[in-house]
Design a protein around this ligand. Structure first.
Ligand SMILES: NC(=O)NC1=NC(=O)NC1=O
Length: 173
């Protein structure tokens, strides 16, 4: 799809198309509709990133709580969204050894116990080893640092999902 097709959508069509670029959080797309028409997908991505940045910590935490664990119960039961399924597969999380999976699950639980929201990282930019390393390292951060770090990862996931939908070379200008 090119950006002119995006700009000719009704807000209902826009929310239907872009409602999951931030996992289970169609509010992000619904909110940035007010900024249309968009020059290109990069500008649309920046508007969503700014909406997320401008949220209070409670809002950032809320967005993180809408994310499924990496290689968690939902993933194992096949209940992930199609986007998350592809992202987790691309990081190699669907061919983990039992030990790797147990370590990931144990650390995910430790992280959730400490922060009250799940560990979120852009799986398309990190393979299994980097994810485990990131989880171990970030466990030592403060809750505020992690709400911000996690939100920054959500912005990366969103940008990649947007580019899956809109041709990045198309421009209104
Ligand atoms: N907890 C997570 O980080 N989840 C995810 N990261 C992705 O890139 N896709 C997910 O589902």
């Amino acid at each position: 799809m090119d950006i002119s097709a995006v700009n000719s959508m009704s807000y209902e069509e826009f929310i239907s198309k872009f409602g999951n670029v931030v996992e289970h959080c169609s509010l992000c797309a619904a909110a940035v509709w007010r900024e249309h028409p968009f020059n290109d997908v990069a500008q649309l991505s920046r508007h969503i990133a700014k909406f997320i940045d401008d949220l209070p910590l409670s809002g950032k935490e809320g967005i993180l709580r809408l994310h499924p664990d990496l290689a968690g119960r939902i993933a194992q039961s096949g209940g992930l969204t199609k986007e998350s399924t592809n992202e987790q597969k691309s990081a190699g999380l669907n061919d983990m050894t039992d030990d790797e999976r147990m370590k990931m699950n144990r650390m995910n639980e430790q992280y959730k116990q400490k922060f009250g929201f799940p560990f979120v990282i852009c799986a398309r930019q990190n393979k299994k080893a980097a994810i485990l390393e990131g989880l171990e390292r970030r466990l030592n951060n403060s809750a505020e640092q992690e709400a911000i770090t996690g939100a920054n990862e959500v912005k990366k996931i969103c940008d990649l999902r947007l580019r899956d939908i809109v041709d990045p070379t198309s421009s209104k200008l």
